[in-house]
Design a binder for this molecule. Structure first.
Ligand code: FES
Length: 113
């Protein structure tokens, strides 16, 4: 019941540091788990899955080349690449347009997003 206090982990699972651990949950729990495993030198045994990436800070933008068309356009750091591509006339796969379905995820061939 309630939140798991990472400090109580040793009481609940005495050999936790010797086990491979997979954790999925809210960011606060995973941050605490990563800190705990790191402090005890067992970070390599903790595998986490986050629902969302950490804090995303918009970059300054740059040039984007869509490989299917070879079209290169300027992109600011705030407009989604899906919108940038469509504005440039590039047919992009998409679904929910809300960051839920991942229907718009395509491979990044070079650079950073
Ligand atoms: S269209 Fe991008 S996440 Fe659904």
């Amino acid at each position: 019941d309630g939140l798991l206090a990472i400090s109580r982990l040793g009481e609940l699972v005495p050999d936790w540091a010797e086990r491979e651990t997979w954790a999925c949950g809210p960011a606060g729990l995973l941050d605490a788990a990563e800190e705990h495993w790191t402090e005890h030198g067992s970070r390599e045994r903790l595998h986490t899955e986050r629902f969302r990436p950490g804090v995303v800070v918009a970059g300054e933008g740059g040039e984007v080349t869509f490989s299917t068309t070879g079209r290169t356009v300027a992109a600011d750091g705030a407009t989604p690449l899906l919108d940038i591509g469509e504005e440039a006339g590039v047919l992009m796969p998409s679904g929910c347009r809300m960051g839920i379905c991942f229907g718009c995820v395509t491979p990044l061939k070079a650079g950073a997003v």
